[in-house]
Design a protein around this ligand. Structure first.
Ligand code: ZN
Length: 379
């Protein structure tokens, strides 16, 4: 299907590139297996030019025989592509800096040199029958006419797609939409991939805007792990496409929570309890009005079912609770509390939560039920 979105998850490349993050070979295998099991179509799995250890990790992934296509990240240089071939992958991203900022002030070259470099590297990769994504680093700050030239070269040499990178995470979704729509129209033969960063909190929004504008491929990472503020989060992009845009990706979302916890642990980047889609408390309800509404019908205050992503709803008893939440919480503990007795218990629960500056645990609620709670003095 022409419009199907293809996920290229880069947890194992851009995710691991996060300052201070290292995955063991075992963890890489587990992450790749999980991505494959839920239907992610492509996994960016490392940078062969980094050397023997990285290559051994990539070969281990190749040997798994996953359904997902494995792709490596390379600078657009022949020796790096050679290193990828030696790892046994059949797809490469070949990256070039494409903004004048980077061409002039990082590479200290000019646009012609970049075009020449693309021709040599892409030519080499296609001679070796590789699937090639041409990566435009810093494309969001590049001259659009120059991007069209690079995409024309990509097309003429048989490149398979162009990766539009918002490397610094400086675009907004409206601009992203306009740029991708323009490039799609200018060179319709070359598919586009969007690679977004979260420096301004817009990675997911920009990824979705790119898809809405016609990008077929999107880079994601589990938990949004990635350089600086991170990349577009796999779980957010998939659920955003599904619930905000009505676009089904075919990805099985039920393991998202499990995958997030695994990557949080392996990366030593704890998951925020309010992390969109997978945070422990994104389906926790405390305030009286919301809790009452959710108990009557979850659709009142939940945009989607927590079970879709492997989470469960929780009713929290705290400073803002109402009686129906309190009754429901006791019910979940196997205790029946009537409306009449709930009111004075709620008053005591609120006082305790206020003094402790948090919600209450089951043992604390049990103490309130038994009438033997100890409430700290007011500060
Ligand atoms: Zn990146």
């Amino acid at each position: 299907m022409a419009n199907t979105v293809i996920i290229d998850d880069t947890t194992l490349r851009d995710g691991e590139q996060t300052a201070g993050v290292v995955f063991s070979k075992r963890e890489k295998i587990e992450i790749a297996r999980m991505l494959d099991s839920i239907g992610v179509q492509e996994i960016e799995c490392g940078i062969p030019a980094m050397g023997d250890e990285e290559c051994a990790g990539i070969r281990a992934l190749v040997n798994l025989g996953l359904n997902a296509r494995l792709i490596t990240w390379n600078r657009a240089l022949v020796p790096e592509i050679e290193a990828s071939i030696s790892c046994g992958v059949q797809a490469v991203d070949i990256s070039l800096s494409v903004s004048d900022q980077m061409i002039l002030h990082k590479l200290r070259k000019d646009r012609d040199a970049v075009k020449e470099q693309l021709k040599v590297a892409l030519g080499y990769a296609k001679q070796h029958d590789l699937y090639v994504s041409v990566g435009g680093e810093d494309a969001s700050r590049a001259d659009l006419a120059f991007l069209v030239e690079l995409m024309e070269i990509t097309r003429s040499l048989g490149g398979d797609r162009f990766r539009f990178c918002d490397t610094l995470g400086i675009l907004d979704p409206f601009t992203m939409y306009d740029r991708i729509a323009f490039l799609r129209k200018a060179v319709p033969e070359v598919e586009i991939e969007v690679h977004t960063h979260n420096d301004l909190g817009m990675a997911t929004a920009n990824a979705i805007a790119g898809i809405r504008a016609g990008a077929k491929f999107v880079n994601t990472t589990i938990n949004g792990l990635g350089e600086r503020a991170g990349n577009a989060a796999l779980e957010e992009v998939i659920m955003g496409l599904k619930h905000a845009c009505g676009i089904e990706t075919g990805i099985d979302t039920h393991r998202f929570r499990e995958m997030s916890l695994f990557v949080a642990k392996a990366s030593h980047r704890p998951l925020s309890v309010s992390k969109p889609v997978v945070g422990e408390r994104v389906f926790a309800h405390e305030s009286g009005l919301h809790t009452d509404g959710v108990i009557k019908d979850p659709h009142n205050y939940e945009g989607f079912d927590p079970a879709e992503v492997g989470l469960v709803r929780s009713i929290i008893v705290g400073k803002h609770s109402g009686t129906s939440g309190l009754i429901e919480r006791y019910r979940s503990m196997g205790i029946t509390v009537g409306k009449g007795e709930a009111k004075p218990m709620l008053d005591r629960a609120r006082i305790m939560a206020g003094r402790r500056k948090r919600d209450l645990s089951n043992p604390e609620l049990m103490a309130i039920y038994l009438g033997n709670e100890s409430i700290p003095k007011a500060a």
